[in-house]
Design a protein around this ligand. Sequence first.
Ligand SMILES: [Zn+2]
Length: 392
Amino acid sequence: MIESVGFILAALVGIMIGINLNKFKIERKNLKRLEMLNHSYFKGLNYLLNDDSERAIDVFIELAKTSSETFEPQLALGNLYRRKGEVDKAIKLHQSLISKPNLPENYRTKALLAMGKDYMSAGLLDRAEVLFTELVELEAYTPEALFSLCEVYQQEQDWSEAIKAATRYEVVSKRNMTNEIAHFNCELAENSLHEKDSKKAQNYLEAAFKINPKCVRAKLIEAREFKKSGRWKKAIESYHQSLVFDDVFASEYLEEMSLCYKKINKCEDFKQFLLEFIQSYQGVAPVLVLARIYKNTEGITQAEKFVEGQLIKKPSVRGLDLLIKLNLEKSTSNIKEATKFLVLEQLVKNLLDKKPNHRCRKCGFGAKNMHWQCPSCKSWGTVKPIYGLETE
Ligand SMILES: [Zn+2]
């Protein structure tokens, strides 16, 4: 309510200044009309201040029919309703502006853009698409309309249309959409793989690489397809390339890499790679993978020593969790000791369960699982694993 009052007062001051500056220039016959306008405006304002937004809307809709001076504040008031989540009121107000007879074209297109956004917020994507398409055809607010159209197609998961809108938006706005378009192609590739059409998927991956030669996601899709078809060496090659592009997502696929190396009996090579990778990688993921390999190849005691050494250098809750699990396996014959480790294991589990292990670098949204598109701010490739003592 405070936000609303602030906005309304600012809008009111704006309109009153505009009215007063012109007051001395206009003829006497217009003064009466202005008085009526002011009266209506105060009436609407009074309803708003008394939290009676339904009656306030009716007053402002009547004003929209008779006056063009109130266009901007009413447009902004509608936008405010949308931001507050009262989309039905925003639509009602913007609709009244659009339906006003003899409305100048530049006002009409501005109101169309606002109403398109209202429809998007209300989840009425078909209607939003119609309005934004009309604006693009009219060449009015083209960058904003194309950007919003691209958002509509993303929500509809119509990736081909999203690519077209993003490509056109890139041209008119000069904003780089490389990252987004590469992800849309990856979405199409994933859909094709779901439909068992690997040829089509390969074409989409090639399109993703064409626009973003260092697309980690496309490289990972490629690696997983090689792995699925038993082409272990090709899969290993692709995983390593994705690490070169950006190793921030390594924790998502080091276990998969481990399996590929195992399949071609090259575990020693992978161990050497991990020992070097641990030096440069911020997170604990390579330590956990290497500890499991030590456990299988050299026994629990060796794995335990390795984890202890790494925990001193780089403390982490996940490292501690693994150390407890290794000790638990060792103490199966000692019930008293095993009980202690079980309690500790549960405590650490509770601690880890409460923490997200991925976070959007743009909006701060925390998630347990990996998302290529942030569920909160809708950015692409911004949700990344969190490194650090508590979350790892
Ligand atoms: Zn985000």
